[in-house]
Design a protein around this ligand. Structure first.
Ligand code: SF4
Length: 204
């Protein structure tokens, strides 16, 4: 068996065990250059999960996802619709170790890391998943395509609602807030997410 395709890990029963298991993971080549394995931040009991592509430099340094400039922008945008990313969301990535030079993770790396993500989803059991960027859509659903076409469209997957949005790093490069701009569209998407969460929380 290839060093990149070892046996699946045993399923940890709880997220702290999962985090400890991830810390020792060498299932793909990204283990070689990481500083920290970046597993998650936020509230494991949240109804909302945010999934990004993978850690960047600051995330690798601090061991937490979405803490760099793009994460801070996402936090501010979530706050603007009443969602606190640490209180109301569980935040993680498709791959848990930083790809060198922030390149897109390969299909092999995404597949190697997938059992950890599947466990996180199973344990947190979110009703709504926000997919930040095209790689998050590809990593979870296997759908390749431009995020411009994918964003803003609700999908249902394994009994959960999925909402793809622009990756916040793209929004950093497109600062306009004009109606129809990527930032404006993302704000519409996040308002939609907030409405869906409220709907799921409402008594039947
Ligand atoms: S990216 Fe995922 S699969 Fe690869 S070494 Fe890190 S934790 Fe393991």
């Amino acid at each position: 068996m290839s060093a990149l395709q070892p046996q699946l890990p045993e399923l940890p029963e709880a997220l702290d065990q999962l985090a400890a298991a991830c810390d020792g993971c060498r299932r793909c080549g990204l283990a070689a250059s990481r500083t920290h394995v970046v597993v998650s931040r936020g509230n494991p009991r949240a109804r909302l999960m945010v999934i990004g592509e993978g850690p960047g430099a600051q995330e690798d340094e601090q061991g937490q996802p979405f803490v760099g400039r793009s994460g801070q922008l996402l936090d501010r945008m979530l706050e603007s619709v009443g969602i606190d990313s640490n209180r109301d969301a569980y935040v993680c990535n498709i791959v848990k170790c930083r790809p060198p030079e922030n390149r897109k993770p390969t299909a092999l790396e995404m597949a190697a890391c997938r059992p950890w993500l599947d466990q996180q989803i199973q344990l947190v059991d979110p009703g709504v998943i926000l997919l930040a960027g095209a790689t998050a859509v590809e990593g979870l659903l296997g759908i390749k395509g431009g995020i411009t076409k994918l964003r803003g469209q609700w999908r249902q997957w394994e009994g959960r609602w999925l909402m793809p949005i622009f990756h916040p790093s793209y929004l950093l490069r497109n600062a306009s807030r004009e109606r129809g701009s990527p930032k404006w569209l993302t704000w519409q998407d996040l308002q939609d997410v907030q409405r869906r969460l409220a709907q799921l929380a409402a008594p039947l």
